[in-house]
Design a protein around this ligand. Structure first.
Ligand code: ATP
Length: 468
């Protein structure tokens, strides 16, 4: 029969309620106003090392006198008429964390006392685990700070051209706010470099910067990657569950590169999280409140994608709060020699070389139209450095760029010659692969999915190769 009281809604029968008490993992002991045991469940007996039925009718003060345990919080609660929490040591070596709550009548007199207790050992284990997690978290934090510092070395943004200086003005101002930033620009123009710069110059600089390449996550794993999951949420899920990227980036910045590659259902979920900050792990009913600054990037035309129904309009407006467009390298020739020299300096330092560019090489660089943008320039410099035997990097002798891609009509100094490779077969094959990939990406004007199709590889593989 279902019944109710003003304090608690109960829809189970009394018999079922008794089963709840009997089978409760916590020890439950009820005593009357004189300390006589009215009820003791199975867990009470287990924790004290006696048959629980033998406790009923005994007085808690006598149990202490007999030495079954060293103190009675139940009696202390009776005397003080208030809640008492404390550790109780049993004759058999167990330690209980007990809380005794007196039930008072309208005159304030004790009617009975309910004592709940649990094995202290569990708390110790839990505290040990918590301590370990805390020190792990500290270690990760230190490692992240170190990586963030190491990462910023040699990653200063080259912004000599007026176009880039204008971009830097907007980016620096936006960095100090918490606004969502949308970075537009062809592949290789430096969107990720810019996202890192914004994070480093924001109030969140000491918190994590989590870059995510949306195109590199298989679509069936996207939701679990972004929002996490609880143990056993789906077949193949880790037995411990996993936090999502939003939880990992909590207090920091989440950089969503290639945001246009998100499937529509994930776009809807993302929009909801962006609006509320609330994340629900897959398979969980509880909600994690997150505080994440978002920077998104794309080399796709989102307006066309919206018109085609491939990108949610509301998500576009939610992301496009501060739009920043990274100009293609061909539109900022002033940056080319500076970038080339920066990459050369890095390689000279790495290999203890003393190589320099000839004047003609820097001119040829400035005249080329760099369809793969800064990434292509970096790769060309690297190839020139590792394949040249001379300290003077002469573009003409060692290297060629496709005729069709030159900007200047005066291209006499860019004679097409076959490349001379040096090094192990593996390193040369890697170079040729890199070159071919860059060429195909250029032909596809930075559209990675299309390039991957032409190359006959999955776009996640192409992204891994680009990252490597
Ligand atoms: N302004 C810059 N100063 C220094 N290095 C730069 C700059 N822009 C780009 N780079 C370098 O060029 C390479 C490509 O940059 P990045 O990965 O940021 O481009 P992206 O626009 O995010 O490319 P994608 O769209 O393919 O993801 C990196 O090695 C980066 O360090």
């Amino acid at each position: 029969m279902a019944w109710e009281s003003s304090e608690v809604a109960v829809v189970c029968s009394r018999e079922e309620l008794i089963q709840v008490i009997i089978n409760s993992y916590d020890a439950i002991l009820v005593t009357d106003k004189s300390g006589n045991v009215l009820l003791a469940n199975r867990s009470t007996g287990r924790l004290l090392g006696v048959d629980h039925k033998k406790l009923v009718g005994k007085n808690v003060r006598d149990l202490v006198k007999e030495g079954l345990y060293d103190r009675s919080t139940a009696w202390e609660a009776t005397e003080t008429r208030s809640v008492v929490t404390g550790l109780i040591r049993s004759k058999y070596g167990t330690t209980l964390m007990a809380t005794s709550t007196p039930v008072l009548d309208k005159n304030g007199d004790v009617v009975m006392v309910i004592t709940n207790s649990r094995d202290q050992h569990l708390f110790d284990k839990f505290m040990e685990l918590l301590e370990r997690e805390r020190s792990n978290a500290n270690r990760y934090k230190k490692a992240m700070e170190y990586l963030a510092e190491a990462d910023s070395e040699g990653k200063e943004i080259v912004a000599e051209s007026p176009q880039m200086q204008q971009v830097m003005t907007v980016a620096s101002a936006a960095a100090k706010t918490d606004s969502t930033i949308m970075l537009f620009g062809e592949s290789g123009t430096g969107k990720e470099v810019m996202a890192r710069y914004i994070h480093r110059n924001s109030l969140r600089a000491k918190e994590p910067f989590i870059p995510v390449n949306c195109a590199a996550i298989p679509s069936e794993l996207m939701e679990s990657e972004f929002f996490g999951y609880v143990a056993g949420a789906f077949t193949g899920a880790s037995t411990q569950g996993k936090p999502g990227l939003f939880e990992i980036a909590h207090k920091g910045t989440l950089f969503l590169d290639e945001v246009a590659e998100l499937p529509l259902p994930v776009q809807s979920k993302l929009l909801r999280v962006l609006e509320t900050g609330d994340v629900q792990r897959l398979g969980s009913t509880s909600i994690h409140r997150t505080n994440v600054r978002l920077i998104a990037a794309t080399n796709r035309d989102l307006k066309t994608m919206m018109a085609q129904g491939l990108f949610r309009r509301d998500l576009y407006y939610r992301l496009n709060v501060v739009p920043i467009k990274l100009p293609p390298l061909r539109e900022r020739p002033e940056d080319i020699p500076i970038l080339a020299n920066k990459f050369l300096d890095e390689l000279n330092r790495k290999y203890s070389f003393k190589k320099t560019f000839t004047k003609q090489t820097l001119e040829a660089f400035t005249n080329y139209n760099w369809p793969g943008n800064v990434r292509e320039l970096r790769n060309v410099v690297e190839r020139l450095v590792v394949t040249s035997t001379s300290d003077y990097l002469n573009f003409e002798g060692d290297q060629s760029l496709p005729n069709s891609s030159r900007r200047s009509s005066d291209t006499s100094h860019l004679r097409q010659t076959s490349t001379v490779y040096r090094g192990t077969l593996k390193s040369v094959l890697q170079m040729v692969e890199k070159e071919y990939i860059n060429q195909v990406i250029s032909e596809c004007e930075g559209r990675i999915s299309e390039a991957a199709q032409l190359l006959g590889i999955h776009r996640t593989v192409l992204y891994r190769k680009l990252r490597d």
